[in-house]
Design a protein around this ligand. Structure first.
Ligand SMILES: C[S@@+](CC[C@H](N)C(=O)[O-])C[C@H]1O[C@@H](n2cnc3c(N)ncnc32)[C@H](O)[C@@H]1O
Length: 339
């Protein structure tokens, strides 16, 4: 028996190889565009250090040839002996067209499976216990896995759902909404996104990110040569400056810097470094656009240069990078000064 665990990781379809490369583990199953990978050969992986993973699970086993008439019995029979009890049941599907067609089934199946697990006392409501995940790559196959609540996300399918505001100037509004959900818990959101706080948005047009900040009560300086649209144009809590985002500097420090300028990752990382070294912001959320090839290396290079510069200046910080559900060829970074 292999002493090292097997891992099941969900990712954006098309990023399976990046997901494997980042973990440096041995790929066991990496089908292109499947939205998941199975890996081996690593005793430990840390969810927060993986940018391309939407979810990190320990894989216990799988069931193939699931009969349509009775999926419950073979799944119950295949449950691992350990962990003995689970704190929640997640029935999940990949982020693919096939996965979408299965989500109706998982919704119908959830109460049946939950009832069976509660009857056998294997499922109790306890958020500190491992969660049981049953992942259906297709209708006949199930991978049985569990997550450690301290080393995974609580979001179903690894996707934090956020809702669109009808008056938002662009769908990018959702991306910053998701970033806040992913990087900050509710307490941190209440503490660090308070009405009256200040933010700079570099590359703000047409105004989706700015609108997200304004909805949370912040006062925003939106920097972009392009126009702000819809409700963001002329809003009293938004000051629009038609300037170069790489040259702009605030007159006094702000609470937040957000940046969505489409530029080389190294250049954006250098700009963020300057803002933090200069004490111009407490926190930042910014996007790094990935190249077509060597995406993991390009991301690492940009983040390493940022870390090195902050370390050299003795600045204490928190840095997390994640490819969000609303990110395509890019990764979103959260950087915060620590006291
Ligand atoms: C992806 S869009 C930003 C979308 C925006 N976050 C939203 O939510 O609507 C990128 C923006 O960056 C702006 N941009 C690119 N280079 C810039 C620069 N050097 N200075 C200011 N804005 C820049 C572009 O004009 C464009 O509006």
């Amino acid at each position: 028996m292999n002493a090292l665990p097997s891992w099941l990781i969900y990712c954006r379809p098309g990023f399976e190889r990046d997901c494997v490369e980042e973990t440096q583990a041995k790929p066991v199953e990496t089908t292109a565009d499947s939205g998941f990978v199975v890996l081996q050969g690593k005793a430990k992986l840390a969810y927060r250090q993986l940018s391309f993973a939407r979810q990190l699970l320990t894989l216990h086993g799988e069931v193939n040839d699931l009969p349509e008439g009775d999926r419950l019995s073979p799944l119950l029979a295949a449950l691992p002996a350990s962990p003995e009890k689970f704190g929640a049941l997640y029935l999940e599907v990949p982020d693919t067209n096939e996965g979408k067609t299965l989500s109706g089934f998982t919704k119908r199946f959830q109460p049946l499976m939950e009832e069976a697990l509660r009857t056998s006392s294997r499922l109790i409501d306890d958020p500190t216990l491992p969660r049981l995940h049953i992942f259906f790559p297709d209708e006949h196959r199930a991978l049985i896995a569990s997550s450690d609540p301290h080393n995974s996300t609580s979001a179903l399918n690894g996707i934090h759902r956020v809702s669109m505001a009808s008056d938002a100037p662009s769908r990018s509004y959702l991306k910053l909404a998701e970033a806040f959900e992913v990087f900050l818990d509710k307490k941190e959101q209440a503490l660090w996104l308070k009405p009256g706080m200040t933010a700079i948005d570099l590359g703000a047009a047409p105004g989706g990110w700015t609108w997200q900040l304004v909805q949370r009560g912040l006062k925003v300086t939106a920097v972009d040569n392009g126009p702000l649209k819809g409700a963001a144009a002329g809003h009293p809590n938004i000051k629009h400056l038609r300037q170069d985002g790489f040259r702009f500097r605030p007159q006094r420090p702000v609470d937040w810097l957000v940046c969505d300028m489409v530029e080389q990752p190294q250049r954006v990382a250098a700009l963020m470094t300057e803002w933090f070294v200069g004490g111009m912001t407490q926190r930042a959320i910014f996007n790094l656009k990935l190249p077509m090839k060597k995406r993991v290396a390009a991301l690492k290079e940009a983040l390493d240069s940022l870390r090195t510069a902050l370390n050299n200046k003795g600045i204490r910080y928190q840095l997390e990078a994640r490819q969000l559900y609303h990110d395509r060829e890019e990764v979103t970074i959260y950087l915060a000064r620590k006291r």
